[in-house]
Design a protein around this ligand. Structure first.
Ligand code: MG
Length: 278
């Protein structure tokens, strides 16, 4: 069952989304050479507390931190710790969420630590982020869930990979419904599967966390002995981008983007819904 939200409920999710955006801004600034992933976690915890929000990651299934910090070959669910020191040249994906008044936000970004990154890493993050936006632009009334999956996959597959070969679209993880819980139906694949049908119809009130994960090599992953950290099986580096998005009567509203997705969606020829809290 998909939870369909009223405009009033979407406004509450927007409040949670803006807290997530603030966490992102602070974590991005803190992701510098010499910082530990625990430093980023502490920054995130403080921002959430300062907004009077709570963390939906801390304690989720026993997860011991406020954010996930996934460095280099770690795809998702990396656990912040005081030993992992960020180095010049690393890439880090930060996944963070917040709860306000019982409503959830969830989003992730990939950042470059220091500078001088190889063009293939810059391109990896760009392709992953743009594929997320292609999926967001497919959040249209009348479309089906599979149209979002197809938009993400098609975008990635059309991008030439520097040095040749194919990008790995991670298969074991994907997006999800979001609302009064962080992870709700439906599961959103980042590729089209013939085994899954077209999925539910997208209607106003449908909310999705759209989150492609892409590697420079394999689509396959394994989980380390800590039961959380997900790495690529071939050790290639990966990128993860995510936004929580609500479909409204007036189009998509990117709940976890400061501008509601307005600027980026305009580039794609899509008008973002007005911000209910503006
Ligand atoms: Mg998510």
């Amino acid at each position: 069952m998909v939870q369909i939200k009223t405009p009033e409920q979407i406004a509450k999710m927007r409040a949670a989304g803006l807290v997530v955006a603030a966490v992102h801004a602070a974590a991005r600034e803190a992701a510098v050479p010499g910082a530990t992933t625990k430093d980023l976690d502490e920054v995130a915890r403080k921002v959430i507390a300062d907004h009077g929000a709570t963390s939906n990651f801390l304690g989720y299934g026993g997860f011991p931190a406020t954010i996930c910090t996934s460095v280099n070959e770690v795809v998702v669910h990396g656990i912040p710790d005081g030993k992992t020191v960020l180095r010049d040249g690393d890439i880090i994906s930060v996944d963070a969420g917040a709860i306000v008044d019982g409503w959830h936000g969830d989003a992730a970004f990939t950042a470059f630590v220091g500078d001088g990154h190889a063009p293939e890493l810059v391109e990896l993050s760009r392709v992953t982020e743009e594929s997320m936006w292609a999926g967001i632009a497919a959040m249209r009334s009348g479309n089906r869930l599979v149209d979002v999956s197809r938009a993400i996959e098609t975008y990635i597959r059309r991008q030439p990979k520097p040095g040749g070969g194919r990008y790995g679209i991670i298969e074991d993880y994907g997006g999800h419904g979001i609302g009064t819980e962080m992870h709700m139906d439906p599961h959103l694949l980042n590729y089209v599967s013939r085994k899954r049908g077209r999925g539910p119809k997208l209607v106003p009130g449908f909310c999705l966390a759209i989150e492609p994960m892409v590697s420079l090599g394999t689509p396959r992953t394994e989980v380390l002995a800590d039961d959380w950290t997900v790495i690529t099986t071939d050790g290639t580096w990966s990128s993860h981008w995510e936004h929580s998005v609500a479909l409204t009567e007036d189009g998509p509203l990117v709940l976890t983007a400061v501008d509601g997705g307005r600027a980026k969606l305009a580039e794609l020829g899509v008008t973002a819904a007005p911000d209910p809290l503006a």
